[in-house]
Ligand binder design. Structure first.
Ligand SMILES: *Cc1c(COP(=O)(O)O)cnc(C)c1O
Length: 463
């Protein structure tokens, strides 16, 4: 008995799924970016009793495209400028499609050497594309930046000679929450995860880092890791990695750069400052599903400390005794054993399009962010709070927090474009983040026009 349909039926259904998917892909600009979710409506739309008898795959394909996708928030929409968008790309989807059908196991060398080799090839390409030296020969593909940060901090914890209770981790108050989350999972007490203040440009204040480190050392604590961010999620700020490394290295601290958003800028060879800064760290998180245009889920950890991930993750188990010990077993570089063909979507992306095309897309996004800022600022009601850095800027509107919240709500109800909010030095701001190779100048201009039109409708002090 097989659960699969016969070959003819398989082809028919696969074509249907592809046709509907490509319709959604190519007509995305006509779709709403976002529909404020109504739990009662969604329940009525999607709840069904457990199907004892199958309802058929064609029905599943139609139902997903008719009912689910139209109400989804489209983070790949050319007018989605919230958070850090995840645009994906056709080239990456082709790789994912092959991975879905091939269903490879990429946990051990014995279980799938050719796919493991493909992952090593992709890791090597990413290293080279970011301008990192050959010594950065280890790494792993993860589901995202959170797991990459977790894996890096696990390696740092193992590499630190002090007992866990005396180890400390330093980052900034602008670091992504996944850093603290990872440290907590790894057993660090909250007071051992130090979020240091930032300077007026939202960068980790390195003089504060140096003095805090000295006083902690005097108290018998040992710095396990310093985690600067290259491209903070809120405002694109770039911490001084080189200064962090100088301060931390003396005391044996591991320097882990969270570049989940911003490391992609190093794809551009002219970005020499960022490339050199990254090369001075011990490990780097990047998130190909953000600014490298890979599909969700695609994260990556690279490190120049060969063997350190294995030290943190090598397991045992009698049923794994056949594994050759001298080969790369990817399950020994991260928390997962069974893991799929994550490399494929990056392989099709990098091999199919070439890294120069990705660098061009990064430059394109930066230019569009600058354009959006220029056009918005031409309106006297808009106050720039942080300038375009990476490909994000933030601004305030009349009425400060109240006015800002009203505008964000109005944008989300409207569904034409999507912006999200944040806080800079405690004040409410709207963010405009461009990470999408499909976004055009027209998309940006129409979004700016819509923001200003909604401001007209929502004068401060309305309600
Ligand atoms: C998005 C982001 C993360 C988390 O990555 P996920 O892929 O969402 O798990 C971590 N750090 C920074 C700076 C980010 O922007």
């Amino acid at each position: 008995m097989s659960l699969d349909p016969d070959p003819e039926e398989m082809r028919r259904l696969a074509r249907l799924a592809l046709d509907r998917s490509l319709d959604a892909r190519t007509r995305i600009r006509e779709a709403r970016v976002h529909t404020p979710p109504d739990p009662t409506e969604l329940q009525a739309l999607l709840d069904e009793p457990l199907p004892r008898q199958g309802l058929g795959l064609a029905d599943c394909i139609e139902r997903f495209h008719d009912r689910v996708l139209p109400r989804a928030t489209r983070v790949d929409h050319p007018r989605f400028f919230g958070y850090v968008p995840a645009p994906g790309s056709f080239a990456s989807a082709v790789g994912d499609l092959m991975a879905a059908f091939a269903n490879p196991f990429v946990g051990t060398w014995l279980g799938g050497a050719s796919m493991a080799q493909l992952e090593l090839v992709v890791l090597g390409w990413l290293r080279e594309a970011l301008g990192l030296p050959e010594a950065w020969s280890s790494g792993i593909l993860t589901s995202g930046g959170s797991l990459a940060n977790l894996s890096a901090l696990a390696a740092a914890r193992e590499a630190c000679p002090a007992p866990l209770a005396r180890q400390t981790i330093y980052t900034s108050s602008e670091a992504h929450y996944s850093v603290r989350k990872a440290a907590r999972i790894l057993g660090y007490a909250d007071e051992r995860i130090v979020a240091l203040p930032v300077d007026f440009e939202q960068r980790l204040a390195t003089d504060g880092l140096a003095s805090r480190l000295e006083s902690d050392l005097a108290d018998g604590l040992v710095p396990a890791a310093i985690v600067p961010t290259v491209g903070t999620t809120s405002t694109g700020a770039v911490d001084d990695v080189t200064a962090c490394a100088e301060i931390g290295r003396r005391h044996g601290a591991w320097i882990h750069v969270d570049g989940a958003y911003g490391a992609a800028m190093a794809l551009c060879p002219e970005e020499t400052a960022i490339r050199e800064a990254l090369a001075g760290a011990d490990s780097l998180t990047l998130d190909p599903h953000k600014w490298l245009y890979a599909g969700i889920e695609s994260g990556c950890l690279l490190t120049r400390r060969d063997g350190s991930l294995e030290q943190a993750f090598t397991g045992d188990g009698a049923y794994l005794q056949d594994l050759p010990r001298d080969a790369v077993n990817l399950f020994e570089r991260g928390p997962e054993l069974t893991r799929g063909g994550r490399a494929l979507k990056l392989w099709t992306l990098l091999r199919g399009l070439g890294v120069d095309a990705l660098a061009d897309a990064v430059r394109h996004d930066q230019a569009l962010a600058r354009r959006a800022a220029d056009r918005l600022l031409a309106d006297p009601r808009i106050r720039l709070v942080t300038p375009p850095r990476m490909s994000v800027f933030s601004f305030a509107v009349p009425g400060e927090e109240e006015g800002g919240r009203r505008l964000v709500d109005a944008l989300h109800r409207d569904g034409f474009c999507f912006l999200s909010s944040s806080r800079v030095a405690g004040s409410f701001v709207l963010r405009f983040c461009v990470v999408n190779h499909r976004t055009t100048e027209q998309d940006v201009d129409e979004t700016v026009d819509r923001v200003l039109a909604l401001l007209d409708e929502q004068p401060p002090g309305a309600d």
